[in-house]
Design a protein around this ligand. Structure first.
Ligand SMILES: Nc1nc2c(ncn2[C@@H]2O[C@H](COP(=O)(O)OP(=O)(O)OP(=O)(O)O)[C@@H](O)[C@H]2O)c(=O)[nH]1
Ligand SMILES: [Mg+2]
Length: 365
């Protein structure tokens, strides 16, 4: 999964990137156009448990890629309500967006001329994404309509025109592509547009050090309300503090989080939110050789999960041997122990794989 960190200048994007990826990118390079990319393992206590039980030779956690610095909105651009092309390229290349919004007051870091207004900032930027899509569909619709009136439209184009018109209607009412229900066929016909308002987005209020505990400060409340109205996941964190947490040893981190009144590091909370926003779940393959986590879309069936592992497994699929997470956890030991305890059930191709399932594919090619 590719996640892009976006936001206005000096809102804490690089700080958050450092916190998420345990990197140490220099913050004092204002105006830097450097793009930072890191692939990190997805923290998952279930995976850790499976590793402890199976003691495999090799471990392969799920991974997530964070990019930061590509989708920076210049303040002048924001004021002119016009974002640069680079911004959209970076956004288009991401599967999900983490939008960092300043909700901290700091005398050293100057506030924007219009003051600190997290809700307004979020509204403006999300609106801008929506307008970019509206422009794209209007342009396309014009060309499709011209071809139609000149009777030189292909059936594929005719189908596309219907979908595009539907999307335009939705955008005209100021709703993002994200909230429009499209069939798989419809999605396929417009995939190449990579609609920017179609990307799942997580709003992050970057609060001050004094507000680092999970109780939401006044300044961030209107933003939280906006997120709820939009049905968008919202997280508040203090990027500056999280950056320090990211450099701690696990034991120290635990103590520090407790002392701060935090349930988990923002890294964990944010990745969980990203999974939820993208409708992703994990399944595991376990054994003496390898314990591995796989990421699939919720509802993927057993043969789809097999395909993820290897196309041969999907082609020669016979049955999926499945141990549900709770069952696996109820037994001391790895696959064989759980199987011997009668926890394994056989499933056909259509079985929708559940979050946390331990899966073994029987196949023959
Ligand atoms: N007080 C306070 N300062 C913060 C917080 N997060 C970031 N900062 C400070 O804000 C400044 C900008 O932080 P960065 O992480 O570099 O922000 P950025 O969005 O990457 O900035 P640009 O790349 O220049 O757009 C730095 O001086 C940070 O120390 C925070 O939660 N509280
Ligand atoms: Mg930066």
């Amino acid at each position: 999964m590719k996640v892009g960190i976006i936001g206005l200048p000096q809102t804490g994007k690089t700080s958050l990137y450092n916190a998420l990826t345990r990197s140490q990118v220099d913050l004092n390079k204002y105006g830097s156009t450097e793009v930072n990319v890191s692939v990190i393992p997805v923290p998952d206590p279930r995976f850790d448990h499976a590793v402890a039980m199976c003691e495999p030779k090799k471990i392969t956690p799920a991974v997530i890629e964070f990019t930061e610095g590509g989708a920076r909105i210049e303040r002048e651009e924001r004021q002119a309500d016009k974002f640069g092309a680079d911004f959209f390229v970076s956004v288009r290349n991401s599967e999900a967006l983490v939008f960092v919004i300043r909700a901290f007051d700091d005398s050293v870091i100057p506030a924007p001329p219009e003051g600190i207004n997290p809700r307004r900032e979020a509204e403006k930027v999300l609106e801008e994404l929506l307008l970019a899509d509206l422009m794209a569909v209007e342009g396309r619709l014009e060309r499709l309509e011209k071809a139609r009136s000149q009777k030189r439209q292909s059936p594929a184009e005719a189908a596309e025109q219907q979908v595009i018109a539907k999307i335009k209607e939705h955008l005209d009412t100021f709703q993002p592509v994200r909230t429009l229900a499209l069939t798989e066929d419809e999605k396929r016909s417009v995939r190449s547009f990579a609609f920017v308002s179609g990307k799942p987005v997580i709003l992050v209020a970057n609060v001050g050090e004094d507000d680092a505990a999970e109780t939401l400060p006044e300044i961030a409340k209107p933003l939280a309300e906006y997120a709820a109205e939009q049905g968008v996941p919202f997280i508040s964190l203090c990027a500056k503090v999280e950056m320090e947490i990211a450099q701690m040893e696990p034991e120290e981190e635990k103590e520090f989080l407790e002392a701060m009144g935090l349930s988990a590091a923002a890294r964990d909370r944010l990745i969980r939110a990203a999974y939820a926003a993208l409708g992703l779940v994990s399944f595991f393959t376990v054994g003496e050789d390898e314990v591995r986590a796989w990421t699939i879309t919720r509802g993927t069936n057993a043969v789809g999960a097999a395909e993820k592992i290897h196309s041969d497994l999907a082609r020669g699929f016979i049955r999926a041997e499945v141990i549900g997470w709770d069952e696996f956890q109820s037994v001391q030991g790895c696959w064989d122990a759980a199987k011997d305890a009668g926890k394994m059930h056989l499933e056909t191709k259509e079985y929708p794989v559940k979050d946390g399932d331990i899966v073994h594919i029987r196949f023959k090619v």
